[in-house]
Design a protein around this ligand. Structure first.
Ligand code: ADP
Length: 502
């Protein structure tokens, strides 16, 4: 193991072995240049450990391993039942190591431990099981054209897939991408986000233990502009799947054009949540709170723009403020009663604080939060008070920009038409929510909202069985559900001549 793993004790007392290398061909290696970067604990700003950062030459090695594995009969010709078994084995290993994985996730990312363990890891396990179930059910089709021809399709894997994941749900985002890629027979080079490099390395050991052949899953850490760019531009990679900011997604799309890679992008959002006069107000407040304040507001589908019909506006704002006060307990993410941990990095923390100043200078009314929270431990860490602005107009930056923090803007509207117009007045189109007791209105609004997903009378209760993705500048393609398989297969057409004689 030498210097490729370190014994660590997490703040909750969990002791474990943290790999720090690059996982290529089922082996741990150093990066060729030997460069490392540090992972910082957002709760107290201390350094947890440094990990190796991949350079383009390391990406070359990972791609070569993935290409070899893709062609190797041990993976290529594996029966789909055996492939499913491997994935079920991986799911059960994750279950066995759930507490350690959740501990690492909380330490590195700052999300509450109970959330990491019960929600994120629950989703990761569910996702691998779900796609394991698909592994032996991905079929082609027979297309009956005439007695002289038999035509059929084969659903083939795409090849070597580059997967670039973000820091807000590190393991869950890896699972969303690895699940469908592997069940369809692809091989993978996955890069974690530099803000949260640790949990995915521990996970890599489980991939090997589950019995995946060498080179099927390769996992790297590294800087976006270096290792990420090397993946997006690599001629040996057939597909890119990315989750992250819209700016980076656009950059990756351009880069991936080099060999016309198949592409799936899940990018930013400024998702609207509409509350009509006839809504169950208490439920609307509770879901609206979850929709923006959970995971420290670091959710691409966060319903960060709340539009409330004028008849219930004042009451909604008062009840929402009370909900924030009683529920959004900011604190040590390892404490059981913490709802909100620190933001992931100083950069995110500074960005949110600067948007708070923008909101004030734009003339919006700050009705809750608006400051850093310094009452955790010795006063360090990237904690921010849950922040609520009202009297927000549509031209304000805080109404238009994705802020990615515990930061919500609330505005009022008069009519359904106005609500829809304003909900759609954005370059984004990821999530959306509508609260009404009128079933007809609920479905009508759902059809007219420009978004990949609409929640009627809830917010952000995404589900691995249901397609996830955006329209407009929120993304390209879909992940999860059966739709997730389309992102990782080609339909090859085979024409069999049964009698056309020349
Ligand atoms: P954020 O802005 O929140 O840091 P990004 O969207 O930039 O998020 O990052 C998401 C993922 O994309 C990370 O794994 C990051 O390393 C990677 N990344 C960043 N820039 C690039 C790039 N130019 N090419 C490829 N990957 C990148």
């Amino acid at each position: 193991m030498s210097d490729l793993a370190v014994e660590l004790t997490a703040p909750n007392g969990v002791k474990y072995t943290q790999p720090i290398g690059l996982f290529i061909n089922n082996e741990w290696v150093r990066s060729k240049k030997g460069e490392k970067f540090a992972s910082i604990n957002p709760t107290d700003e201390s350094e947890i450990v440094s990990v190796y950062a991949a350079d383009p030459e390391d990406v070359d090695d990972a791609v070569a391993a993935a290409r070899k594995a893709f062609k190797d009969p041990s993976w290529r010709d594996m029966s789909t039942t055996d492939r499913a078994d491997l994935m079920f084995k991986l799911a059960s290993l994750i279950e066995e190591h759930k507490e350690t994985l959740a501990t690492i996730e909380t330490w590195d990312n700052g999300k509450p431990y109970t959330v990491a363990r019960d929600e994120d890891l629950g989703e990761v396990i569910g996702c691998f099981k779900y796609y394991a179930g698909w592994a032996d059910k991905v079929h082609g089709q027979v297309i009956d054209t005439s007695p002289a021809k038999l035509a059929y399709t084969i659903r083939e894997p795409l090849g070597v897939c580059g997967q670039i994941i973000p820091w807000n749900y590190p393991l869950a985002m890896a699972a969303w991408k690895l699940g469908p890629a592997l069940c369809c027979g692809n091989t993978v080079v996955l890069k974690a986000a530099e803000q949260t490099p640790l949990s995915i390395l521990y996970f890599a050991n489980l991939v090997k233990e589950a019995g995946f052949p060498p080179g099927v899953v390769n996992i790297l850490n590294g800087h976006g502009r270096v290792a990420g760019h090397a993946i997006a531009s690599h001629l040996g990679i057939d597909k890119i799947a990315f989750t992250g900011s819209t700016a980076t997604g656009r950059e990756i799309m351009k880069t991936a054009a080099i060999n016309l890679k198949n592409i799936t992008l899940e990018t930013g959002g400024k998702s609207p949540l509409l509350v009509f006069d006839d809504a169950d107000l208490d439920q609307a407040v509770k879901w609206a709170h979850i929709g923006i304040m959970s995971n420290m507001g670091q959710i691409c589908t966060a319903t960060s723009r709340v539009l409330v019909q004028e008849g219930v506006y004042e009451k909604f704002v008062e009840t929402f403020k009370a909900q924030v006060k009683t529920t959004s307990k900011v604190g040590d993410p390892f404490a059981d009663d913490t709802f909100q941990g620190p933001q992931v990095t100083r950069a995110q923390y500074d960005r949110i604080l600067s948007y708070i100043e923008t909101g004030k200078s734009e003339g919006a009314t700050l009705v809750a939060g608006g400051t850093a929270h310094k009452n955790v431990g010795a006063g360090k860490g990237f904690f921010i008070e849950p922040t609520v602005f009202t009297n927000v107009t549509d031209d304000m930056k805080i109404y238009r920009d994705e802020i990615f923090g515990p930061f919500v803007v609330i505005s009022s509207f008069k009519t359904e038409e106005e609500a829809l117009e304003r909900a759609n007045d954005t370059t984004y189109g990821l999530g959306s929510a509508v609260f009404t007791r009128d079933i007809t209105r609920g479905h009508r609004v759902a059809r007219r909202i420009e978004a990949g997903m609409v929640w009627i009378n809830s917010s952000n209760d995404s589900d691995i069985h249901v397609p996830f993705g955006g329209v407009k500048m929120s993304g390209v393609g879909r992940e999860l559900g059966e739709a997730g398989l389309d992102a990782y297969t080609n339909k090859k057409a085979v024409h069999v001549n049964l009698g056309t004689i020349l």
